[in-house]
Design a protein around this ligand. Structure first.
Ligand code: BES
Ligand code: MN
Ligand code: ZN
Length: 475
């Protein structure tokens, strides 16, 4: 969908007009005329009352049709974003015009663009039939072009991450995913290095190799760098890139394996965020490290009880091969630390426990100190993504002690699994400023609603971009 600005007197004869309606069918600013023309009986028959989440399409005299978007009691950033998402899917014409961006809410332009670009997302790569979205062009009346352009950079990046995650594991072997990542990052002007298996062996990334051992598809490690002149700060990113998580020899049951093509979401998210940061020209240095591998069950697969040596930090007794994300992250963290960033953030679909704790819509954040935690939470709230802090409760670290190695990769119990996983990672960051984002729950949207589309969510991209923004000194 193309999203652009238009003027107050845009021709509406072939377009759908999208306007906002408040609770009890009070017109939002700019909806007065359209609402006055709609017959009250029609609204009643459609049970339309301006409630959040409602949309109603009616024929109209000034425009080809009008989509009324319920905004609830008071229009706000989130209701405009969600309403726009619902509206763009309801439009039946190729062109639509809206004034939702003029409602007088902080960030309304961004809300409209995010709603449209994210809510209008479709993954049709593998569909031979079915209807693509009718809407092709959305025009924002008097839309601020700079705000629109900036927002489109992050929504494009979010949708790029969604594309990669939605792609079947068959078509994103580590080699192929590395190629796609390299292509996209290079196009954004970033420097990219891809380590093949030989290089990974040379560099002694024993934990990544241990996970990769069970697959016929060799691992890769991608390093992406954004190096602006005189960077104001330096951010290090690491993303979990398990291209399919079968569990390894500690194999998953069929039900739990169904969605495991998602297990490279962290890699997709940090890469897409880096691309957006570069496109926005933010004066923050970024080094992004993405270890990519299957977790499979071939004859050479790592066995429970085997000990792995990551590039730096404690040796690991692997007691459950399904706790593989923390293994490849140990190596990823070891590599990113060589670049001595001011802050490290890793993103991973790491634990079912985080999903159990916070559900489908909230991601967990762990941080080395309160300042880091607040910077992530603030960035998330600015981005309109939902994160909640969980504690790095040191007492639980004892549960990760191994009899024969420095650490084991599971705690032995079911409880507090998101925390023990985070504590495990903390052993590979030493005293660096660090945050760990466990997106196992919200990496996938379970339903289409508002700006969310069933399938990969891209959660984390916009929070990381806001984080980089917050590290940028005011000009
Ligand atoms: N990739 C999974 C975690 C996951 C679960 C992501 C559900 C998305 C949705 C991870 O590698 C895993 O298998 N974790 C285990 C760890 C356990 C063996 C300690 C888990 O959470 O069950
Ligand atoms: Mn696993
Ligand atoms: Zn996994």
């Amino acid at each position: 969908m193309e999203i652009r600005a238009t003027s107050e007197d845009a021709d509406l004869s072939d377009a759908t007009l999208i306007v906002g309606v408040l609770a009890e069918n009070q017109p939002a600013p700019g909806a007065e005329d359209a609402l006055a023309q709609a017959h009250p009986t029609l609204l009643e028959l459609a049970k339309f009352e301006g409630k959040t989440g409602q949309v109603l399409t009616l024929p109209h005299s000034v425009a080809k049709a009008v989509v009324f978007v319920g905004l609830g009691e008071e229009a706000g950033f989130e209701s405009i974003r969600a309403g726009t998402g619902n509206a763009v899917r309801a439009v039946k014409t190729t062109r639509a015009v809206t004034n939702l961006n003029q409602i007088g809410v902080d960030g309304a332009v961004r809300a409209v663009v995010e709603g449209a670009a994210l809510g209008g997302y479709q993954f049709r790569e593998y569909k031979t039939e079915g209807e693509p979205l009718a809407l092709q062009t959305l025009e924002l009346i008097e839309g601020d072009e700079e705000a629109m352009g900036e927002t489109l950079i992050t929504t494009d990046a979010t949708n790029l991450a969604r594309d990669w995650v939605n792609t079947p594991a068959l078509d994103k072997a580590p080699e192929e995913l590395a190629r796609r990542i390299e292509e996209a990052a290079t196009e954004a002007g970033l420097a990219v290095e891809v380590w093949d298996e030989l290089r990974i062996v040379d560099e002694k990334l024993g934990a990544l190799l241990g996970v990769a051992a069970g697959s016929d598809r060799p691992p890769r490690l991608v390093i992406i760098e954004h190096t602006p002149d005189e960077p104001a700060a330096h951010l290090g990113l690491v993303g979990k890139g398990i291209t399919f998580d079968s569990g390894g020899l500690s194999i998953k049951t069929a039900q739990y394996m169904e969605e495991m093509k998602d297990d490279m979401s962290g890699a997709a998210v940090v890469t897409a965020a880096t691309i957006a940061i570069a496109r926005l020209g933010l004066p923050i240095g970024v080094t992004t490290v993405v270890p990519l591998t299957d977790n499979a069950v071939g004859g050479n697969a790592t066995r429970p009880g085997d000990v792995l040596r990551p590039v730096a930090g404690p040796t690991i007794e692997v007691l459950n091969t399904d706790a593989e994300g923390r293994l490849i992250l140990a190596d990823g963290l070891g590599i990113v630390r060589r670049y001595e960033p001011d802050m490290i953030v890793d993103v991973a679909t790491l634990t079912g426990a985080a999903h159990v704790a916070l559900g489908d819509k909230v991601a967990a954040v762990f941080a080395s100190d309160e300042e880091v935690a607040s910077s992530i939470l603030l960035a998330a709230s600015r981005a309109g993504e939902h994160f909640w802090e969980l504690p790095l409760f040191e007492d639980y670290k004892k549960a990760m002690e191994s009899d024969i190695a420095d650490l084991k990769n599971i705690s032995g119990g079911r409880y507090g699994g998101a925390i023990t996983a985070a504590l495990f990672l903390s052993s590979y960051v030493d005293d660096a400023k660090w945050a760990h984002l466990d997106i196992a729950g919200p990496a996938r949207s379970r339903e289409t609603s508002g700006e969310h589309v069933k399938g990969a969510s891209g959660v984390g991209v916009r929070t990381l971009v806001e984080l980089a923004r917050s590290m940028t000194p005011p000009s």
